[in-house]
Ligand binder design. Structure first.
Ligand code: NCC
Length: 276
């Protein structure tokens, strides 16, 4: 199989991976009593389009980056899981337009998902590592973490806040694209929140800047910019095919290697701005 160029990869991504969310009319959810809590429309038809967007990884290398102003200058900013802005504004900014969270964050006590104000601003998007090619009923009856009970609880507490759930098909379409472009077999676990969110923003924005997903000169074993916890696996991956995701993003980057090295910044075109 020939190795695709950056532009070819981008076009394949646009063609093969569709950002899909659960809607209230989707089976089997439509038959459930709480189905009306799900949005009526797709995230991609409710949100944007934006001109310029920032995706802020939670990497420890954001510490002392001074990127806050630059990040906030974008029209929309995506953050992940429990990543805070308060106290870290200089390095990560303060604007949050979309927060992508995994089901573990929704369901484990330490994150205080139902009570913390961290989650109550902006648009929420949640995902759960669904089994590969499982149908929705199978997944619903056996989610990794109780994403649906927590979703219903949260929606009752915050009925006005937009809150979407990613369709597992999107996770596995992206996983397949990563696998199709790697020489070796990769682990059959869904891609990380970081790459899921990057592709989500590519479908909403003309241009997407991703910060410290590809580590800069500040590369560190510090896992998150907001916690004193050290583990190189946070940057290199263990459960997620993170190294392969990063390889792909490196190939798709429109910016220079120097921008990665100095600022940890990658520049990707939005789907609407691509001529495929
Ligand atoms: O760590 P996490 O991700 O919340 O980080 C969000 C995304 O930023 C990128 N990242 C992060 C740290 C780092 N040093 N380098 C990076 O490139 C990754 O793309 C990452 O996806 C997740 O993907 O949802 C993840 O969530 C955590 C954890 O569940 C939450 O932080 C809540 O505590 C996972 N950690 C564990 O399960 C222990 C992590 O594997 C992936």
């Amino acid at each position: 199989r020939p190795k695709l160029t950056g532009p070819e990869l981008l076009c394949q991504l646009k063609k093969k991976v569709e950002v899909t969310t659960l809607t209230s009319d989707l089976e089997p959810f439509s038959a459930l009593p709480w189905a009306s809590q799900l949005p009526m429309k797709q995230l991609t038809s409710d949100l944007g389009p934006y001109k310029s967007c920032a995706v802020v990884s939670s990497a420890g290398s954001l510490r002392n980056s001074g990127l806050g102003k630059e990040i906030d200058s974008h029209d929309a900013v995506m953050r992940f899981n429990g990543a805070p802005t308060s106290g870290f504004e200089k390095d990560v900014g303060s604007k949050t337009t979309v927060r992508l969270i995994n089901s573990q964050v929704m369901a484990t006590d330490e994150h205080r998902f139902l009570s913390s104000s961290l989650y109550s601003s902006g648009v929420l998007v949640a995902w759960d590592p669904a089994p590969f090619s499982s149908d929705l009923t199978q997944w619903y009856n056996r989610t990794d973490y109780p994403i649906f009970t927590q979703y219903q609880r949260y929606r009752r507490l915050h009925p006005q806040q937009p809150f979407y759930i990613l369709h597992p098909r999107f996770e596995w379409q992206l996983w397949q694209l990563i696998q199709d472009n790697m020489a070796e077999p990769i682990q059959k676990n869904p891609p990380s929140s970081g790459i899921l969110g990057t592709v989500l923003m590519m479908s909403l924005c003309e241009v997407v800047h991703v910060y410290e997903f590809l580590p800069s000169r500040r590369k560190t074993e510090l896992c998150h910019y907001y916690q004193r916890f050290y583990d190189a696996a946070c940057t290199l991956g263990a459960y997620h095919p993170l190294l392969y995701e990063k390889n792909l993003v490196k190939r798709m980057n429109l910016g220079s290697d120097r921008e990665i090295y100095m600022d940890g910044r990658v520049t990707l075109p939005g789907f609407s701005a691509m001529n495929c």
